[in-house]
Design a protein around this ligand. Sequence first.
Ligand code: GDP
Ligand code: IMO
Ligand code: MG
Length: 422
Amino acid sequence: MANTVLVGAQWGDEGKGKIIDFLTETADIVVRSQGGNNAGHTVITGGKKYVLHLIPSGILRPGKQCVIGNGVVLDPVSLVGEIEGLRAEGIAVGDNLLISDCAHLVMPYHRALDAAKELAKGKLKIGTTGRGIGPAYGDKVARTGLRLADLMQPAIFSEKLAVRVEEANAQLQAMGAEPVSFQEINDASLAAAEKLRPHVVNTVLYLHKALKAGKEMLFEGAQGTFLDIDHGTYPYVTSSNTTAGGAATGSGVPPHRVDCVLGVMKAYTTRVGEGPFPTENAQISDLLHGMGREYGATTGRERRCGWFDAVSTRFAAMVNGIDQIAITNLDGLDTLETIKVCVGYKLDGQEVEVPPSDYQRLSACEPVYIELPGWNTPTDHCKSFAELPQNAQSYALKLAELTGGKLIIVSVGAHRDQTILL
Ligand code: GDP
Ligand code: IMO
Ligand code: MG
């Protein structure tokens, strides 16, 4: 029985949702352990497209257990909306979804503060998803956050909320933003609470019982390595640990119960929002956007695109302990004669071993490229690795070799059945 942590090895949107959905066939439990509804995980199955934000992508497989762990920040109203949206599509959401009572709440004042802070930053804005993630994690760390356990006790929740709203409104008004209404938030949150109540448990206890019973777990990372609050391109990051360690702290499953770490990476690189991106490139951006691809699953924003960056994925392999690799969107490169891959960075004429920690020096890095031959033929129909054109096979194997990990999955389309297991 292998417990797998799946992480994004780039800047998010690597195709984690699709790979989780594929792997869930053989797993018992899918766990989200960090992030919030800033995530947008796309799964296409049975001709239908689903975008999951807070609910683990395993929900689409009947009989699989989904868990939202303590490390997640959740907006109760939006979570209820997501649950009801899935039900309207005929997806069962009942006992198969458990939510940690330690998960912190994202409240409307967090969203308002997120927007006000971005506005105040002007040119230095982060380009957040506007979902209130930073302010919610900020309250958690400052020990002033509200948790799902509070929401389950209406009187306690309302009392704490009143204090928080007063503080948040003072902050909002100082920034020239509109205050929020205690009454509206209180009413909407308590209505959502009753709908969430059947799902709320101590998920640590549940997961430990499941470990004892030999259940197989998949940890569904959100965002990506370079959006990690510690290891990412700070301050152009999200506010949680998106790297493998976050799976343990965000779920209460001990690190030594994780058997492998699967790094998901696109065959090229994308990033949404501001911040350094050494291999960003207009040719590949135009190519992908021209195909109608690479628009954000959560905000609809156009994603920035660039060549594959092996300096960063090598660092991602190190910090996450990636031993297995899934390469997605290989088909995005189907029309190219030659493909560039970044294998080094030069800073002031000197090779650097890892991406510099500060964004100023990272922005000044010049990528060193190798060129690999393209395959210039469609791959989206290929059902086995052997069926892929020789150059496509070599390209995927080269990315895995440069990153340092075993290639186990190649994805050539957004549909569940466009997934090649090696
Ligand atoms: P996530 O956040 O990591 O789950 O990724 P997103 O869902 O935000 O973005 C990945 C996008 O690529 C989605 O539109 C997926 O449907 C799509 N996708 C995933 N894998 C492939 C692939 O191999 N080929 C193509 N064409 N699309 C893919
Ligand atoms: P998934 O799970 C891509 C980015 C935002 C912004 C920065 C901070 O779908 O891969 P935040 O709202 O978290 O404070 O924004 O992080 N970001 C993502 N980019 N995919 C995501 O999630 C992201 N979640 C946050 O664009 O640059
Ligand atoms: Mg996404």
